[in-house]
Design a protein around this ligand. Sequence first.
Ligand code: GLN
Length: 207
Amino acid sequence: MTADAAAIAAESITVGVLALQGGYVEHMAALSRIGQVVAVPVRTASDLDSVDAIILPGGESSAIGRLLEVFGLMEPLRKRIAAGLPAWGTCAGMILLAGDIDNDERRHLCLMDIGVTRNAYGGQLDSFDASTIIPELGPDPFPLVLIRAPSITRMGPGVRVLASLEGKPVACMEKAMVATSFHPELTADGRFHEWFASLARSYLVPR
Ligand code: GLN
């Protein structure tokens, strides 16, 4: 290990959670269980300046998209993610990142080369649990919680599938951007958050 790499491995990283609407508290709690990770809520452009990665939580994508405009965060967030800030969108967060939304005229951050369909897995009452093996997280199945979840209907050539359920992708990544239809923050399994924190760490540059 070089001196720079060793310094990065020893350093804490700051992971922001967009905290305008939706399930940000659960993401903060999941991050707080990981060593050398500091979780901070992000509500303003200056909050964003201090983070090494960002999580866009589940909730209501139309409401979060509107609040991003109201809080003056849409452009700063888009610019930082486009410049390489590691970002993970769960459910509504995935819709915020998607380039195409099949059943909505709105577009939000529009950064990932994926198409999604909102509410593809049905309404609130159709919410369900499942599990699948996610190779990045090891051999044990990972619990999937799907709540009015979007499906991934198109993936550009730079997008890689991370997890599938019944043959359909439910998690994917493109460069440092990750999107999941499901909610790891609502389970006791911390592996997805740990994996994202190490992805974020791999993008850290020596300060
Ligand atoms: N259906 C919601 C939307 O379209 C997403 C649901 C969720 O985040 N659990 O924004």
